[in-house]
Ligand binder design. Structure first.
Ligand code: TYD
Length: 213
């Protein structure tokens, strides 16, 4: 989607492998935006709309096997719901849209991790006018071992994507690394092993610069 259609709103996405710490940083960013009276809408993908949440249940259910193309189509369907129901009607009302994952997750988790042509699916998003390219993408870079370690400390049952084998995670990491180099203007790579405070300071700085404040 072209910049002009977003008026003054900025779209910021948070990306990375499982347990990379993005949810904590999203919460801290929301607090900071509240303190500074900057209007925002925080959304998660897939989800943030009744239909998209149903699609999410299906996608994360580890008892349901899914073909990679089926996954892509379901994530795109959920994205369409989010776009039509949450983003478009709020473009004039919010300064910032915070996306907990977006198009890059699909490119990495569904296309690159399955050795599919990610550029084709990027183009498909464009053709369908679903290409919500964020103004900034925070990529929380973390290795496989640390992700697994953090998942253990959470003590929750692993979902469909979390339970994937190491080789899948390895492809996710190299996929994100690749995209961060391919799109250096919007990607901000963050070492996810830094302290919560230090990461939060960096995130705030980038967001305030983006908002020109
Ligand atoms: P979630 O519990 O929100 O995981 P996380 O906290 O790591 O974001 O579940 C979302 C899962 O969906 C996550 O494992 C990544 C996956 N996903 C894709 O595979 N493709 C996508 O396009 C999106 C948006 C998410």
């Amino acid at each position: 989607m072209k910049d002009k259609n977003f008026l003054n709103a900025k779209i910021i996405s948070f990306e990375g492998i499982e347990a990379c710490g993005k949810s904590t940083q999203i919460e801290l960013l929301k607090e900071y935006l509240d303190e500074n009276k900057i209007t925002y809408l925080a959304l998660r993908e897939p989800g943030s709309n009744d239909t998209a949440e149903k699609i999410r249940d299906l996608l994360l259910n580890k008892d349901l096997k899914k073909d990679p193309l089926t996954e892509i189509l379901l994530f795109m369907a959920a994205r369409r719901e989010l776009f039509i129901d949450q983003i478009v009607p709020n473009l004039n009302k919010k300064k910032v849209f915070i996306l907990d994952r977006s198009i890059d997750s699909t490119l990495v988790y569904q296309a690159m991790a399955h050795d599919l042509d990610w550029e084709y699916f990027y183009g498909l998003h464009e053709e369908l006018n679903l290409c919500i390219v964020p103004h900034r993408t925070f990529y929380f870079q973390m290795n496989y071992e640390n992700s697994i370690e953090r998942q253990k400390t959470r003590n929750q049952e692993q979902d469909y994507f979390e339970q994937k084998p190491k080789r899948y995670y390895t492809k996710l990491i190299s996929g994100y690394d690749y995209l961060s180099q391919r799109f250096p203007d919007r990607f901000v790579t963050i070492n996810a092993d830094e302290t919560i405070q230090s990461i939060s300071t960096k995130v705030r700085k980038v967001v305030m610069e983006l908002l020109d404040r």
